[in-house]
Design a protein around this ligand. Structure first.
Ligand code: GDP
Ligand code: IMO
Ligand code: MG
Length: 422
């Protein structure tokens, strides 16, 4: 007997740092050539800003392929879906029927998850993770503890209402301790009925759908949210998000096999940012950090928080590239380094009295070792390698060597077209 394998592999885009690398811009750019784009993890904690012809779009849950009218957009089983947030986001687009598909197995984020997230952050005080407050952790926690509720359950509102009320009763002490007000049965039923009416037309078996697309030789792009350093297993724990943000997460989060994955592109900024708390070895607290924030407009798409900024960390990038199996890197926001007299790159860590080139689990104890590069005037809007200043080319060539990953794309402005394809 022969096994039927899908004939085409799905390509994958993954964040290499602490999120906000510019994944949305690259997914949108590539989506023009793909038949489908699929999200596999995270929720509306993600925030992607995409500029097309001077118009700004903010996406959180809907895959960044939505701006290609021909592409199908899949929200896989590994995503946590806040029905209210999804309904709000859908209003930006005219016609989504037949273009948007939400997994019946994706877990829901309901109001009580959001309340728990915010209450726990408050209780953590100085040790707060700095979550986006969107209920991500509590929803994934319910999924893992087998007390979550899935999108497909919206098909039977009575059963779902009963099950959630049961959950409230079983956890009454916890909700009380956190001062969380719960809806009455009738309020809950009304809320869920509204979600069902609006969203059920989009709910389906997205795993089978992904298999069929690949089998029929369609091009599928897998879109990671957040970044590798926020991964639940491989990130800077506990200052991480609650999902598998790495390339391997696409297998569990969509129901495809590792053999289904084709080209893997890691998205990195030419410097580093982080929003929320936790270790960040190359963070710049002085003028350089402020300048990166201003020039890079480093304020969160989801929460508007100022992002912490610092120099490119080649150790973290090499580590993340290996975990994800990156075939290539897209270097984003090179233009933000324009005008600096000198640009720095972390090329090793000092750790327990020696130099290392990997990320230890207690990353808060490393000291970055820097290499300085002469700066350049302008890369903004440059669309070919030949036009880049020689000093910028030297910086990029060194980056490629030290991270042991070839550069496939370079981005020089938020615009879709200001991208160098190598
Ligand atoms: P994502 O979450 O990884 O999709 O990234 P975000 O959208 O949260 O953050 C990236 C920001 O940088 C967005 O505002 C983009 O419009 C912007 N951006 C993307 N590429 C470039 C670039 O090459 N240069 C500049 N200046 N901005 C860029
Ligand atoms: P995109 O997809 C940057 C961060 C939060 C916090 C930590 C945990 O736009 O790159 P959570 O709400 O997920 O429990 O918060 O993760 N975080 C992000 N940082 N970009 C994101 O998404 C993020 N999603 C979550 O700031 O530190
Ligand atoms: Mg973002």
């Amino acid at each position: 007997m022969t096994t039927i394998q899908s004939s085409r592999k799905a390509d994958l885009i993954v964040g290499i740092q602490w999120g906000d690398e510019g994944k949305g811009k690259i997914v949108d750019l590539l989506a023009q050539k793909y038949d489908a784009v699929a999200r596999y993890q995270g929720g509306h904690n993600a925030g992607h800003t995409i500029w097309v012809d001077g118009v700004k779009y903010a996406l959180h849950l809907i895959p960044s392929g939505v701006l290609n009218p021909e592409a199908l957009n899949i929200i896989g089983n590994g995503v946590v879906v806040c029905p209210e947030a999804l309904i709000k986001e859908m209003k930006q687009f005219d016609k989504l029927e037949g273009r948007l598909f939400v997994s019946e197995s994706a877990h829901m984020i309901l109001n009580y998850h959001i309340a728990i997230d915010q209450a726990k952050e408050k209780m953590r005080g100085e040790k707060a993770i700095g979550t986006t407050g969107r209920g991500i952790g509590p929803s994934y926690a319910d999924k893992i503890s087998r007390s979550g509720h899935r999108m497909g359950e919206l098909k039977d509102i009575d059963l779902l209402t009963e099950s959630i009320i049961e959950h409230f009763e079983q956890n009454a002490a916890v909700f009380k301790a956190m001062d969380i007000l719960l809806p009455s049965k009738e309020e809950l039923r009304t809320e869920l009925t509204g979600y069902a009416e609006r969203l059920l037309p989009f709910v389906c078996n997205t795993t089978k759908m992904a298999w069929d697309l690949m089998k029929n030789d369609k091009k599928v792009l897998l879109e990671g949210a957040q970044g590798t350093l926020l991964d639940i297993d491989h990130g800077t724990y506990p200052y991480v998000t609650s999902s598998s943000t790495i390339s391997a997460g696409a297998c569990t989060g969509l129901g495809i096999s590792p053999k289904d994955i084709g080209n893997i592109t890691g998205i990195v900024k030419a410097y580093c940012t982080r929003v929320g708390n936790g270790p960040f070895p190359t963070e710049e607290f002085g003028a350089a950090g402020d300048r990166l924030r201003e020039q890079g407009h480093e304020f969160g798409t989801t929460t508007g928080r100022p992002r912490r900024c610092g120099w490119f960390d080649a150790v973290a990038c090499k580590h993340a590239s290996r975990i994800n199996g990156c075939d290539e890197l897209s270097i984003m926001k090179l233009d933000v380094l324009d005008g600096f007299d000198e640009v720095k790159m972390c090329i090793a860590y000092e750790y327990e009295g020696r130099q290392i080139d990997y990320m230890p689990s207690d990353i808060e104890n490393v000291i970055p070792v820097y290499k300085n590069f002469p700066g350049w005037d302008k890369t903004e809007g440059v669309r070919s390698w030949a036009e880049l200043p020689e000093t910028a080319k030297s910086y990029l060539k060194f980056l490629e060597k030290v991270t042991e990953t070839k550069i496939g794309m370079i981005s020089t402005s938020p615009d879709r077209n200001d991208t160098i394809l190598l």
